[in-house]
Write a protein that binds this ligand. Sequence first.
Ligand SMILES: CC(C)(COP(=O)(O)OP(=O)(O)OC[C@H]1O[C@@H](n2cnc3c(N)ncnc32)[C@H](O)[C@@H]1OP(=O)(O)O)[C@@H](O)C(=O)NCCC(=O)NCCS
Length: 335
Amino acid sequence: MSQIYASFKSIGAYVPEKILSNADLETMVDTTDEWILKRTGIKERHIAADDEVTSDMGAKAARLAIDRADIDKEEIDLVLCATVTPDYFNMPSTACIISDKLGIKNVQAFDISAACSGFVYLLTVAKAFVESGMKKNVLIVGAEKFSSIVDYTDRSTCILFGDGAGAAIISATSKKEEAFVDVHASADGSYADFLVTPAPGTVNPVSQKVLDEGLQYVQMKGNETFKLAVKTLTKDVKEILAKNEINSDEIPHFIPHQANYRIIKAVGDALKMKEEQVVLTVGKYGNTSAASIPMAINDIWESGRLQNGELMLLDTFGGGLTWASALLPFAGKAK
Ligand SMILES: CC(C)(COP(=O)(O)OP(=O)(O)OC[C@H]1O[C@@H](n2cnc3c(N)ncnc32)[C@H](O)[C@@H]1OP(=O)(O)O)[C@@H](O)C(=O)NCCC(=O)NCCS
């Protein structure tokens, strides 16, 4: 029997219409366009409509990914969603709701929680399901309505985040040249307080205290997170390249998590990446957490920059703390 490999067949994304610019934020908190641009590289971010929920955005991205993979939705046998801003915090999962919105019936569906690392974590899960022979076509979705947990009076966080979704189809193949080269994911819960949304949950069930203290909003130790992100990502990406005996100049598309331009620049410089190798969307989308990497992949696909067989190097870092990297060829059709 021939070996089965996981391959990255297609990409899709959805960006909500409404734009929140730095100029808009200047009217909401004590900040300036200049400060935000200099410290983060972010010019604007997109915000979902009031009645637009995470599964709506995820389903829109997923429809594109399914169409572009040239498969019928009936061929999908697993639906996975990475989000920390689910439609419902307890149940049902956003993956179940996305499946229903797409008319995908009777297949396994569940969410994972790995914050900004969610999409690359999903690659590890999809790979395991496909390469064990349990599933053939996995729909993976990273979708976030981060604006629903952002305190728009807190200037240290509200400037960073945006909403959106990205999706991909991961399929079984017997062709080694289409296979994921490597994926790696890790976590360290001792840094849990670096990025935390204190409520709702068993630590802080919904109560008047939660609302009075704003515990439903994301809290972040920004500077500490920044420093650890640069250190961890640089080490992680160097390791995955060394392990697979690939030089950074052989990577046409370095697609890092889009949290902060300065983090991306520091890691890119440490790897001696040239500007044209590094995919940058943080300026126009901000940090969209689990949606950030697939939205960035979609950007280069839609602009015709991503060709069949080209290697992508992904790296990400987020709440948990979690981090992950992946090295894989794009096994789908170019635009
Ligand atoms: C949030 C972040 C942009 C802040 O930049 P920084 O250079 O670390 O700035 P600091 O937090 O040290 O704050 C420096 C000063 O700017 C101020 N400041 C914070 N936000 C500000 C804003 N939006 N506008 C103006 N000033 C601001 C602070 O109050 C502080 O003032 P002080 O020196 O008078 O106390 C940066 O730490 C960051 O991007 N961290 C990583 C965040 C991240 O990626 N999180 C998600 C991981 S997936």
